[in-house]
Design a protein around this ligand. Structure first.
Ligand code: PGA
Length: 249
């Protein structure tokens, strides 16, 4: 089953308005055909970046969302608000949400359900800490995080993307080896096959994230179950981001 590669930039809490627009324009200009490209930008720049991307194939995305539709949720952003400014995908369960800001599995599950149900594409992030890897808990941790998803209400494999991001590899310059990534990606596909079915699992894109850079992207992306990347640091420069995108063609 040939899956179209999907590389998404996660800008995290970086850029300013002018820099965000310039980066978006450069990405739109350089994005090749044959691979899906997205950028997950800070909430306050979604509107401006969406306008900068108009007419291009680059997908606009958000890094998080509230699961509730509206109302008394001080500081939160609803999925309808994200759609209103043109967002097409949303990340859920990023390790920084889980580990720095305390998003527990129940919150993450509600967010994932709400994003998919809204019609947007869901990039659901999973991954183990170094302690968990050292204690041989990687696959069990990833399994539990996959179970935050509700198979009964997710039917379109094109709108579900899993990002495997080992926490110890994020922003550290220490990426998973090709073999380490492939082992967990293959496990994820097998787990999706049990939660849904083999046919569904074979169509879901599984991105690798965690210090993916132009010089290690080709090796990671050559693994049979690595279908793209979720890129942090290297997504903040069009040149390095597009080099990774091109490696996923
Ligand atoms: P990194 O971040 O590429 O800077 O390691 C990846 C991510 O957190 O999505």
């Amino acid at each position: 089953m040939a899956r179209t590669g999907f590389v998404a930039g996660n800008w995290k809490m970086n850029t300013n308005k002018q820099g965000a627009v310039a980066l978006a324009k450069a990405v739109a200009q350089g994005a090749p055909a044959g691979v899906q490209v997205g950028v997950a930008v800070p909430f306050v720049y979604l509107d401006a970046v969406g306008q900068a991307l108009a007419g291009s194939s680059v997908m606009l995305g958000a890094q998080d969302a509230c699961w509730l539709p509206n109302g008394a949720c001080t500081g939160e952003i609803s999925i309808e608000m994200l759609k209103d400014v043109g967002a097409k995908f949303v990340l859920t369960g990023h390790s920084e949400r889980r580990h720095i800001f305390g998003d527990g599995p129940e919150f993450v599950a509600k967010k994932a359900h709400a994003v998919y149900s809204s019609g947007l594409t869901l990039i659901h992030c999973v991954g183990e800490t170094l302690e968990q890897r050292d204690a041989n808990q990687t696959l069990a941790v990833v399994q539990k995080q996959l179970e935050e998803l509700q198979p009964a209400s997710i039917a379109d494999p094109d709108r579900l993307v899993i990002a495997y991001e080992p926490v110890w590899a994020i922003g550290t310059g220490r990426n998973a080896t090709n073999e380490q990534a492939q082992e967990v990606h293959a496990y994820i596909r097998q787990a999706l096959g049990k939660l849904w079915n083999q046919n569904f699992a074979s169509q879901v894109r599984i991105q690798y994230g965690g210090s993916m850079k132009p010089d290690n992207a080709a090796g990671l992306l050559a693994q049979p179950d690595v279908d793209g990347g979720l890129i942090g640091g290297a997504a903040l420069k069009a040149e390095s981001f597009l080099a990774i995108v091109n490696a996923a063609k």
